[in-house]
Design a protein around this ligand. Structure first.
Ligand SMILES: NC(=O)c1ccc[n+]([C@@H]2O[C@H](COP(=O)([O-])OP(=O)(O)OC[C@H]3O[C@@H](n4cnc5c(N)ncnc54)[C@H](O)[C@@H]3O)[C@@H](O)[C@H]2O)c1
Length: 362
């Protein structure tokens, strides 16, 4: 079992990581005064019924709220349903919400917790790889609105996060790939040692379905170090977490979301590395090394059906673009990242062409 301490301006909290640890948490919850609303992903509830039943019984659980996780349900009306349950059951500030699920359950529940009575106690139990290594830590909460992703939200840190890796036993392969995209970015965010560690451990995740808790801890520590320095994205440092994401969002939009976010992030990071080489930040040898090192990451063939101009149009409307100029996060070497690097369309087209050639050959 591992413990990571996160220190932000708004709250300090612990992330506990281990296999089958929620029984420990139920004992702890039992001692917490107040009512508890459990918001549980529907698939997780069905797939882990006996374990959760035991957990809920021991936790002195009051209410269960089963959540069907889709981007469509990541909405204000879902938040309203949560508020209704809280009001009906007279929840006060001393009561708690406990989110059990992936990033969708975490983001929606966190937003409800942040806004109900200006903030009630909130715990996270992430159950997807993506939510374990990324979304459950850092305090971003929110919902989609008017077809815009995460456009309404708040920063609200949880009280504690319990990462129980035993939930991963039922996670479908496409969701493992989705989480892998976010892990891939961490390889470039600190140093050569972590780069090598992530390269090796991520390969085991994808080829052997093996999840080392040290890998999950490493990603959480890297995210924590960024969030601790720039909790609310004020200094710009937090933008390094967006490596590959401007391309990724454009791939997702161009393909009408027929591709998983993590798959798009994997291709987006490769495209960003190609741009890094084209703009002289890395050598051709380095680019080839990075591509070879991560040869095992799946590159979706769907991407090559997206039109270059369409992708560029979406990149220009990205949140990070200013006055139609494309700003990217680029790499010089692991641990040396450039944010807001302005790139012209010619370079983007070059990168897409090269990325598509790579995808065709795998
Ligand atoms: N807050 C943040 O910092 C942050 C960061 C990254 C992503 N996000 C958000 O996270 C969301 C994506 O999260 P996600 O990838 O976890 O998706 P998700 O919550 O939709 O879960 C993916 C699917 O896996 C199922 N599932 C969850 N746990 C399972 C398990 N243990 N076994 C079997 N099935 C399981 C869910 O029912 C769902 O169908 C997006 O909305 C994204 O915007 C937030």
């Amino acid at each position: 079992m591992k413990k990571i301490e996160i220190r932000t301006k708004s709250r300090n909290y612990k992330v506990i990581i281990g296999n089958d640890i929620i029984s420990k948490f139920s004992l702890e919850l039992n001692e917490i005064e107040g009512k508890k609303l459990f918001i549980i992903d529907e698939n997780v509830f069905l797939l882990h019924k006996s374990k959760l039943k035991d957990f809920l019984d021991k936790s002195n659980a009051v209410i269960k709220f089963i959540f069907h996780s889709t981007e469509k349900n990541k909405s204000l009306s879902a938040v309203k349903n949560i508020y209704d349950t809280l009001v009906e059951n007279r929840f006060s500030r001393n009561d708690s919400i406990i989110a059990i699920g992936g990033g969708i359950v975490g983001d929606v529940s966190g937003f409800a917790a942040a806004t109900y009575m200006r903030g009630i106690i909130f715990f996270q139990i992430p159950t997807t790889l993506l939510s374990m290594v990324d979304s459950s830590v850092g305090g971003k909460t929110g919902v989609n609105y008017s077809n815009l992703k995460n456009i309404i939200g708040s920063f609200y840190q949880p009280q504690k996060v319990y990462v129980d890796t035993s939930f991963l036993s039922t996670l479908p392969y496409p969701e493992i790939v989705s989480g892998s995209g976010e892990i891939f970015k961490y390889a470039f965010l600190s140093d050569e040692k972590n780069y090598k560690f992530i390269r090796e451990e991520l390969r085991k995740v994808l080829t052997q379905n093996y999840f080392d808790e040290n890998l999950i801890a490493c990603c959480i520590e890297l995210k924590a170090s960024v969030v601790e320095s720039d909790e609310q994205e004020k200094t710009g440092l937090r933008k390094i977490l967006n490596l590959g994401h401007t391309f990724a969002h454009a791939f997702e939009s161009s393909l009408n979301f027929r591709i998983k976010h993590g798959e798009a992030v994997i291709a987006g990071i490769f495209a960003s590395l190609i741009v890094s080489e084209k703009t002289g930040l890395i050598s051709n040898n380095d680019l080839n090394k990075y591509i070879t090192d991560f040869y095992y990451l799946p590159l979706s063939k769907k991407i090559i059906s997206a039109d270059y101009n369409e992708i560029i149009k979406f990149m220009k409307t990205d949140k990070k673009s200013v006055s139609g100029k494309i700003n990217l996060v680029l790499v010089k070497k692991p641990g040396e990242i450039f944010i807001d690097f302005q790139v012209n369309e010619r370079v983007i087209k070059f990168a897409l062409k090269k990325l598509y050639e790579i995808i065709r050959t795998v």
